[in-house]
Design a protein around this ligand. Structure first.
Ligand code: RIB
Ligand code: CA
Length: 306
């Protein structure tokens, strides 16, 4: 089965892992990417998405998206996690293509309307563009095949004890996404924090795939330093690639079904919670994961291209 996907992204080191996994996967067609603020500014995110498409030698249109959240004052970009230019210590990378001349949310709506029932929307950054797309054309909720996000967490946070970064960066947008009547799979910290790759794993893919594996191995060194200093773990939590693997390999996940809402103010701002609101649809929430299955799926794809 071919998965036609749109990746909404703030690359970002783990975003790069997700995008290159998707670009290499024989059953995935990335029909477009859209940039959003978060790990970096939306401008840098758009440039970095083009960098990744060009490294993968694929002509993937990239549309620039939101520079700031729907309502709240923007949080600072997380350059202490992903580096100033988004790929660790790497300087800004040259590109030959430019973003398309269409705002991200309109680009998303147009592609979904042109491919009704076929597109999996895969947001792996703050959900601002996705909420704007819903506002621009609410009918996309009935036309999209799936919405598989990296974000949230029912029993944990990372930027605070309660909030995961993508939700924390735009809680109002995330709440609108969970309230809509489309099928959402929330791949959150409940599973992504369990999937950790270590320096030998990235050395392995760099040896097997000098261009793409080598790029990821260079970028991830900065991420390793962050995780070691903050968590005492010399490893990379595989947040964004785990979300894409939930599309291609759902068998690796144990799913619960919950209606979801997001706390949008106060001490727990950005927390995703089970909702008692009967008007909200139930969404899929992976709560269990075959850790080694997901790890090996990612590593083997980068190593071999299948
Ligand atoms: O909390 C992890 C998420 O926030 C990932 O998508 C990472 O890239 C950052 O955007
Ligand atoms: Ca991301």
């Amino acid at each position: 089965m071919t998965h036609k996907i749109i990746i909404d992204t703030d690359p970002g080191i783990d975003d790069a892992m997700a995008i290159l996994y998707a670009a290499l996967h024989p059953d995935i067609e990335i029909i477009g990417m859209t940039s959003v603020f978060g790990n970096v500014t939306s401008d840098i995110a758009a440039r970095n998405a083009i960098v990744l498409a060009e490294r993968a030698q694929q002509a993937i249109p990239v549309a620039k998206g939101a520079d700031k959240p729907l309502v709240q004052t923007p949080n600072p970009v997380s350059d202490y996690v992903h580096g100033v230019e988004g790929f660790g210590d790497m300087p800004a990378q040259a590109i030959s293509a430019q973003p398309v001349d269409e705002p991200a949310h309109e680009f998303i709506c147009r592609l979904i309307n042109e491919n009704p029932g076929e597109i999996t929307l895969c947001p792996i950054g703050p959900l601002t563009n996705i909420a704007l797309a819903l506002r621009h054309d609410p009918s996309i909720a009935d036309k999209v095949k799936d919405v598989v996000i990296m974000g949230g967490g029912l029993d944990r946070g990372n930027v605070t004890d309660h909030a995961e970064a993508n939700i924390w960066n735009d809680p109002h947008a995330a709440d609108a996404v969970f309230a809509a009547s489309w099928p959402v799979t929330m791949v959150g910290l409940d599973v992504t924090t369990q999937v950790i790759c270590h320096p030998p794993d990235f050395a392995r893919i760099a040896a097997a795939s000098p261009v793409l594996g080598g790029f990821l191995n260079e970028a991830v060194q900065y991420y390793f330093k962050f995780y070691e200093s903050h968590y005492g773990v010399l490893g990379s939590q595989m947040h964004d690639p785990t979300a894409v693997i939930a599309i291609t390999d759902p068998q690796y996940f144990t799913i619960e079904n919950h209606a979801l809402e997001v706390i949008v103010d106060g001490a727990r701002i950005g927390q995703t919670i089970r909702s008692a609101d009967p008007s909200r649809p139930k969404h899929k929430v992976p709560m269990g994961v075959d850790i080694d299955g997901v790890k090996q799926r990612f590593l083997t794809m980068i190593e071999t291209g299948f």
